[in-house]
Design a protein around this ligand. Structure first.
Ligand code: ADP
Ligand code: NI
Length: 217
C-alpha cells in the first residue's frame, strides 16, 4: 500500500471510531486539524506523511479520558500503523508527537520537538481558538457538566500538568487558563499569522460575554 492509500484507509477507520465523540475531539476536529496541518506543512516544508499521520492520530486516546495515562495513545497508534506496515522510524516519530502535543498548564514547558510535531500542535491549537474554539470550549464544558461562568471563581495559571489536569473550573476561566495564551505559543510562522485573527475574535467574544453578563449591553 502506498502512503496515499494508507492515509485514506486510516481516515475511513477514524471516521467510524470518532463519529459519536461529544467532547470536542470528534472526527470533524480531527479533519480540521488534518487540513490545517497540511496547509502549514506545505508552507513550512515538512515531512508531509508524518504530519498527516500525526494530525490524524493526535487525539487517538487523550490522556484526559484515560485517567491521566499518557501511554494509551502512542500504543494505539503503534498498533494501527503496524497494521499498514509503516516504518519503525515513522511510527516512533508519530508516537512522539502524540505524547508531547497537549497543553498542560500556563507554566508547564512545551515538550514538542520536531518541525512535524510543531506543525500538528499549531493546527490543534488553532482549532481551540477563534469561532470554532469558542464552540468547542462550551461543548467541552457542557460535556463535563461545568458552569459557563462564575465570577466568584478566579482563573488560575497552572504551573504543572497535575494541577491543570485536576482543574474543575468554569468554561470562561478556560479562556484565561489556556485559550488566550495560545497565540504567543505558536511554533511556526504560518501558525502565528493564522492565530492572530482567531485570537482577536476570542477577545471580542469575551468582552461581549462579560458585558451581557452584567446587563450592560
Ligand atoms: P489539547 O489537544 O491541547 O490537549 P484539549 O484536549 O485540552 O486540547 O482540548 C480540546 C478542546 O476542549 C479544546 O477546544 C479546549 O479548549 C476544550 N477544553 C479543554 N479543557 C477545557 C475546559 N476545562 N473547559 C472548556 N473547554 C475545555
Ligand atoms: Ni486535538
Amino acid at each position: 500500500m502506498n502512503q496515499t492509500e494508507i492515509i485514506s484507509h486510516i481516515i475511513e477507520e477514524l471516521k467510524v471510531e470518532f463519529a459519536n465523540e461529544a467532547s470536542g475531539h470528534d472526527w470533524w476536529h480531527i479533519l480540521r486539524v488534518y487540513n490545517t496541518a497540511k496547509h502549514i506543512a506545505e508552507e513550512e516544508k515538512a515531512d508531509m506523511f508524518v504530519v498527516e499521520l500525526g494530525a490524524l492520530l493526535h487525539d487517538i486516546a487523550d490522556w484526559k479520558f484515560h485517567d491521566g495515562d499518557e501511554s494509551v495513545g502512542p500504543a494505539k497508534a503503534k498498533a494501527l500503523l503496524e497494521k499498514y506496515n509503516v516504518s519503525a522510524d515513522v511510527i516512533s516519530h508519530v508516537q512522539d508527537i502524540i505524547k508531547t502535543i497537549s497543553f498542560k498548564g500556563a507554566g508547564a514547558v512545551n515538550e514538542i520537538k520536531t518541525l512535524e510535531g510543531k506543525i500538528v500542535q499549531d493546527a490543534d491549537r488553532l482549532d481551540a481558538i477563534g469561532a470554532i474554539g469558542v464552540a468547542r470550549a462550551f461543548a467541552y464544558g457542557g460535556f463535563m457538566k461545568r458552569a459557563m461562568h462564575n465570577p466568584d471563581i478566579a482563573a488560575v495559571a497552572h504551573q504543572d500538568k497535575a494541577s491543570y489536569y485536576k482543574n474543575q473550573s468554569t468554561t470562561i476561566n478556560h479562556f484565561y487558563e489556556k485559550l488566550l495564551l495560545l497565540k504567543d505559543r505558536m511554533n511556526t510562522g504560518t501558525g502565528k499569522i493564522m492565530a492572530e485573527e482567531r485570537h482577536k475574535f476570542l477577545e471580542e467574544y469575551l468582552q461581549r460575554f462579560l458585558e451581557e453578563w452584567e446587563g450592560k449591553k
